[in-house]
Design a protein around this ligand. Structure first.
Ligand code: XLS
Ligand code: NI
Ligand code: NI
Length: 436
């Protein structure tokens, strides 16, 4: 293994009493919880773009991140030299999976074919590193939002040649994901939306987006790629409005265009916040449609209105996520991908480790707490009781689809007026606090 993080040891579980900041205090990868190890439950992933390519710039100033392994060039050599650094990071932080965009791992060439050529060379290097390390690809994707050609969208660009360029990138990114054994492939529609409706044919753009996704499904079949496709909802930023604005909008789009059999959702915490929802809302919407595939684990800053991509350290948040995941029976192809970056002030390579350790420990605690809540069954029991009028009598008839409006009209007129039971929200909030 190369040694780009010479002061960082392999991060180990040392328990909650340890005062070593470069250790896990709660994430104990091999510890069994409900019949599975923490490693198997959590399936952590690291994002190539944030770990290797995010210089931590912001709209007011350039990047601050120290990356001694990176010479700053957009060259194939520089791209290749990042690969062992990333795998050393994965090894030392003990994360099994990773995700990348095509343009994170290799640069834009002078022609599209040169771009693809360089890309596949870096994919070769990733393949070798995966074999040596046992690390796996959670999902791949294509960056269809950074280059100026995508300023007006990719699959929803008004320009058919841009659409073709985007298709070419997706074809190659799918080939790569397939070759690397990627468990999934994500579409995040960075600029698939509009700046203003004054110049936009919305229906036509949506038709184009659907055609694009159908082509990807067809191509995956052709190359026998079995991984799971995901759509990642986000309401805005960079576009004023993005078509995949939240889980419900995505599901509606997928149903309307006959794509729901081929796609699940990759739900990101900060995107839920931007959509005006909680993360648990978005997870439940996705689960209701049997379409929760994977999670981009991060958090936003409630005082700021943008995608700050902070590391998840809030225990309410991680507990709420793990409650849903456990109820769903866990991930199949998905995982918890840290789509998160350090603050601009945390510019040293060591901060990459503190950031991920914090996220992993917060999810380990969320997992333990959620498991206890489910095992105790007190919330479940309350909710079950709350709906129990549907378990028999008229409620069971309603749920069974056996009654008409006339029948209910007759029924309602002959009963005594309904009495509600308390929703007990405050009592349940107190109970949740008891578990934390
Ligand atoms: C940006 C998105 C992006 C996707 C992958 O806000 O979260 O990082 O996860 O394209
Ligand atoms: Ni994301
Ligand atoms: Ni995001």
């Amino acid at each position: 293994m190369s040694d780009h993080f010479p002061t960082i040891p392999k991060i180990q579980y040392e328990g909650p009493l340890s005062d070593n900041p470069l250790s896990f205090h709660h994430y104990n990868p091999e510890e069994l919880i409900a019949g599975k190890t923490m490693r198997e439950h959590l399936r952590f992933g690291a994002a190539y773009w944030h770990c290797m390519r995010n210089g931590l710039g912001d709209p007011f100033g350039e990047g601050t991140a120290l990356m001694p392994w990176d010479n700053g060039e957009e060259s194939l050599d520089n791209a290749l030299s990042r690969v062992p650094v990333f795998f050393e990071f994965l090894e030392k932080i003990d994360i099994d999976y990773y995700c990348f965009h095509d343009r994170d791992i290799s640069p834009e060439g002078e022609s599209l074919s040169q771009t693809h050529e360089m890309f596949h060379q870096v994919v070769d290097a990733l393949e070798t590193s995966q074999k040596q390390s046992g690390k796996k690809l959670l999902w791949g994707t294509a960056c269809l939002f950074s280059h100026p050609r995508y300023a007006q969208g990719a699959a929803t660009s008004p320009n058919a040649e841009v659409f073709s360029y985007a298709a070419s990138q997706v074809k190659n990114a799918l080939d790569a994901t397939h070759r690397l054994g990627g468990q999934g492939y994500t579409f995040w529609g960075g600029r698939e939306g509009y700046g203003s409706l004054i110049n936009t044919d919305m229906k036509r753009e949506l038709d184009h987006l659907a055609a694009f996704l159908h082509m990807a499904v067809d191509y995956a079949k052709k190359i026998a790629y079995q991984g799971q496709f995901y759509i990642e909802p986000k309401p805005r930023e960079p576009s004023t409005h993005q078509y995949d604005s939240d889980a419900a909008a995505c599901l509606n789009f997928l149903r309307e265009y006959d794509l729901l059999d081929h796609f699940k959702l990759n739900i990101e915490t900060n995107h839920a916040t931007l959509a005006g929802h909680t993360m648990e809302h978005e997870l439940e919407v996705a689960m209701g449609a049997d379409a929760l595939g994977s999670i981009d684990a991060n958090r936003g800053d409630e005082l700021l209105g943008w995608d700050t991509d902070q590391f998840p350290t809030n225990l309410y948040g991680t507990t709420n996520v793990m409650l849903r995941l456990l109820k769903m029976g866990g991930f199949s192809t998905g995982g918890l991908n840290f789509d998160a970056k350090r603050r601009r002030e945390s510019h040293e390579p060591e901060d990459l480790f503190h950031a991920h350790i914090g996220g992993m420990d917060a999810f380990a605690r969320g997992l333990k707490i959620a498991h206890k809540i489910i095992a105790d069954g007190r919330f479940e029991e309350f909710v079950k009781l709350r709906y129990s009028s549907y378990d028999e009598g008229i409620g069971a008839e309603i749920e069974g689809g056996k009654v008409s409006l006339e029948r209910l009209d007759e029924y309602a007129q002959q009963i005594t007026p309904p009495q509600l039971c308390s929703g007990r929200q405050e009592r349940l909030e107190n109970l949740l606090n008891d578990y934390l």
